[in-house]
Design a protein around this ligand. Structure first.
Ligand SMILES: Cc1cc2nc3c(=O)[nH]c(=O)nc-3n(C[C@H](O)[C@H](O)[C@H](O)COP(=O)(O)O)c2cc1C
Length: 281
């Protein structure tokens, strides 16, 4: 399959077979992670390879009880690593203050995602599936403690990888023209924006049903994982009625990612950053 077709076919996989990944492939994935672009080629990242059952279970709970994390034979924890850079600078009779420099931080985060996405694509080409787990951000302190992660190192992203039993169907995306601006930014009107998202998600009730089937029912039931309250359409419908949620945007920003709660997460993140020695302001 050519690379374009592979990329168009890729879906986040959450339903994994109980099948180990051969060590040669794991090593190739790590080579791909290491050979990614890096701002200034500083490579301020580390990747923790998680394969043992206990650690998989612990990680899966830490990130908000996501069962696919423990079912995946391999999870990679991508960390911003200024510990190594700071030590190298200090033994070289100079100083590196990346933990106070937002620019270094943002570039390191971009490096980290380049590295992770290299792994996603190579994994796909080996018939593997993967899913990013962004909720590691709510468990930075816990992850640092469990995985012995020192100061100046921040676990920022997890990628869980395995041979997929199935992958979700009907994952909606915006039309390409909505995200594309040729030469200059083209501001869409309110009507165009509404239409763009209506086209993406379709009718609210259908979207909610498809979402639940896609994200949860498929992963939870097809994989015989324990039944989770997330996967229960009826209880979710009741909750949506209670919260007076009537459209796709409300579903996202009042139910899945309640926007005030998201703002409140700042406190936890800022404190986890501080605990790891990162302070920007
Ligand atoms: C930054 C980031 C964080 C994500 N975090 C999670 C997560 O915590 N749990 C999960 O099941 N999927 C997670 N995903 C996967 C998304 O849900 C998925 O990419 C999205 O639904 C689009 O589906 P697709 O990857 O098949 O295109 C994450 C994806 C990204 C890029």
């Amino acid at each position: 399959m050519n690379l374009y077709d592979l990329m168009m076919k890729r879906r986040s996989a959450r339903n994994f077979k109980d099948q180990e990944i051969p060590e040669e492939i794991v090593e190739q994935l790590l080579d791909a992670a290491n050979n990614a672009p890096s701002g200034g080629n500083i490579q301020p990242i580390s990747v923790i390879v998680v394969q043992e059952a206990d650690a998989r279970k612990e990680l899966s709970e830490m990130v908000g009880d996501q069962p696919w994390v423990k079912n995946a034979p391999l999870s990679l924890i991508f960390c911003i690593d200024f510990y190594r850079i700071k030590k190298w600078a200090s033994v070289s009779d100079t100083e590196f203050k990346g933990e106070h420099a937002l620019e270094h931080f943002l570039i390191a985060y971009a490096d980290l995602m380049c590295s992770a996405q290299n792994v996603v694509i190579l994994a796909e080409s080996h018939g593997l599936g993967s899913v990013y787990i962004g909720t590691i951000l709510v468990a930075i302190d816990q992850a640092r403690e469990y995985f012995n992660i020192p100061k100046f190192v921040l676990p920022m992203m997890v990628l869980s990888i395995g041979y997929p039993k199935s992958v979700p169907k009907n994952v909606p995306k915006l039309k390409r023209d909505v995200i594309t601006h040729r030469e200059r930014y083209r501001k869409l009107s309110e009507d165009e924006i509404k239409k763009a998202f209506d086209d993406k998600y379709g009718k609210f009730e259908d979207n909610v049903r498809k979402y639940i089937e896609r994200i949860y029912v498929e992963a939870v039931e097809a994989n015989k994982q324990e039944k989770h309250p997330w996967a229960d359409l009826e209880s979710i419908k009741k909750e949506l009625e209670k919260l007076n949620i009537k459209n796709n945007a409300q579903f996202l920003f009042r139910f899945r990612y309640p926007t005030d709660e998201m703002v409140k997460l700042n406190e936890n993140l800022i404190s986890a950053f501080k605990n790891a020695g990162f302070e920007f302001f």
